[in-house]
Design a binder for this molecule. Sequence first.
Ligand code: DQA
Length: 140
Amino acid sequence: MKILILNGPNLNLLGKREPGIYGSRGFADYYDELVRSYPDTELSYYQSNIEGELINELHQKGYTWDGIILNAGAYTHTSIALRDAISAITAPVVEVHISNVHQREAFRHQSMISAVCKGVICGFGLDSYRLALEALIHQK
Ligand code: DQA
């Protein structure tokens, strides 16, 4: 299986960004561990702070890859363009958040993308990505 992990704005700062909320581990380190733990799955990782670049990546892999794990960061709460891109592609997308957005500010309770995603996983720290990967690997 080919699975893309796509991280949106400010997620390049994981490890040093608000560690009380997002933890103190950098994503590169976590991603290496994930790759080692799933030797039979082809993983690819892309991060951008730019909305259009995230959309381009969805277009590029969204018709041929088997699944996408998307942490759209704050674009989750604002981006109709990302939602339209997810609707346009054929690969299932799992929306992921490190924090439990429902325990946080009211503006984080709304997601523009949940309704067009296969499912949502949030609140398990970086382990949210592994849980999403499991869901995609075992999807029916
Ligand atoms: C986040 C939650 C979003 O509300 C926030 O804007 C982020 C990270 C998370 O992973 O918990 O950038 O998606």
